[in-house]
Design a protein around this ligand. Structure first.
Ligand code: ZN
Length: 346
């Protein structure tokens, strides 16, 4: 089925900028500019364009670019019952910045599929392998106020069950790879060990599709870059999650490396897993050269076998200028191609 490269298949983490006629550019939670049927049609056109750009720029594993969602966590939660979006409280997201968030007021449940129609549409656009991202349970609870369960663990467990229902239907719709985004794993280490990885495994239970967990230092927005500036010369946060993930049922771990202070040898802690390595900085508009991308990937080969390395972006690119994001897609595939040639020649 796939036209994907057998080694170093390239993939983006998730979001791409939306066209300016669909939503305000370079903004998170950007409001839609269309309504009703025009919005539904616009989302599909944007998704189609995201597929085309990835494909023609040499990306092997195709994502939807999150063109149909306003935000990677909020949009999923909006489709669930038990959450009141009119009752908002201010909470601290990932211990980093305050945000006004909806409130859990009753038992949470998924009354109908959330992204399954969109995934089916994506499937119809390409013969290449497709990947779909969902928020992870711990990251979901961190963007809500909870007045019902009054237990982060209980709520995470409920979300894990809901995510598993959605993931199974995505798989049935033809999704090859299902990714759970868990940036919260780089912040809440006690919960990560107590129940975070267990909840993630519950979300991924019974899937035949390849499963990915994406853990990062966030979008290139100010709250995140300010936080990163406090983390010191070595970012060792992955040291907490990787040993647990190495023993987990999750197939692939997605991490950020380009322009970061993540020590490379931490990758040794997930030996045996596929490694989706961030070789594209999403906090900068400047487009990497293919050589820079190849350098980041090449260094990692000391800790991951080449048949398990998936060249990727550090995180989503939604907040970037569109031209920069598209340039980065080309840089990613050109960098991977350079390294592929080197490996073939050696
Ligand atoms: Zn990310």
């Amino acid at each position: 089925m796939s036209a994907a490269h057998e080694i170093l298949p390239t993939s983006i983490v998730g979001s791409l900028p939306k066209p300016s006629w669909l939503a305000e550019p370079e903004t998170l939670w950007s409001p839609w500019k269309l309504e009703g049927d025009a919005l539904a049609e616009g989302k599909q056109d944007a998704l189609r364009s995201a597929v085309l750009e990835q494909s023609r720029r040499g990306i092997d594993i195709i994502s939807d670019g999150e063109q149909t969602r306003q935000h990677f966590v909020t949009t999923f939660i909006e489709h669930l019952s038990g959450v009141d979006f009119d009752r908002r409280e201010t909470v601290r997201i990932r211990d980093r910045y305050d945000a006004s968030v909806p409130t859990v007021v009753g038992a949470v449940s998924r009354e109908k599929p959330v992204f399954v129609d969109d995934a089916r549409f994506l499937r119809a656009q390409t013969d290449q392998p497709i990947k779909w991202a969902l928020p992870g349970p711990m990251t979901m609870i961190d963007t809500l106020a909870d007045r019902h369960y009054r237990s982060r663990e209980k709520l995470a467990w409920e979300f894990a069950t809901i995510l598993n229902q959605e993931a199974r239907e995505l798989e049935a719709a033809g999704v090859d790879i299902i990714q759970f985004d868990e940036p919260a794993f780089n912040v809440f280490f006690d919960e990560l060990k107590d129940w975070g990885v267990a909840a993630l495994e519950r979300a991924a239970e019974g899937l035949r599709a390849e499963t990915v967990v994406h853990i990062c230092y966030g979008y290139g927005i100010k709250a995140n870059t300010d936080w990163k500036a406090t983390l010191g010369p070595e970012w060792r946060q992955y040291e907490e999650s990787f040993p647990l993930l190495q023993k987990s049922i999750i197939d692939t771990v997605s991490l950020e490396r380009a322009h970061s202070h993540v020590p490379l040898d931490l990758i040794e802690l997930i030996r045996g897993k596929n490694v989706m390595l961030g070789a594209i900085d999403v906090a900068s508009d400047s487009v990497e050269t293919p050589e820079q991308v190849a350098d980041v990937l090449r260094e990692a080969l000391a800790y991951v076998d080449s048949d398990k390395l998936v060249p990727s972006t550090n995180c989503g690119m939604a907040p970037l200028p569109r031209a920069a994001a598209l340039g980065k897609l080309s840089a990613l595939s050109a960098g991977a191609a350079l390294l592929r040639d080197e490996l073939a020649a050696s």
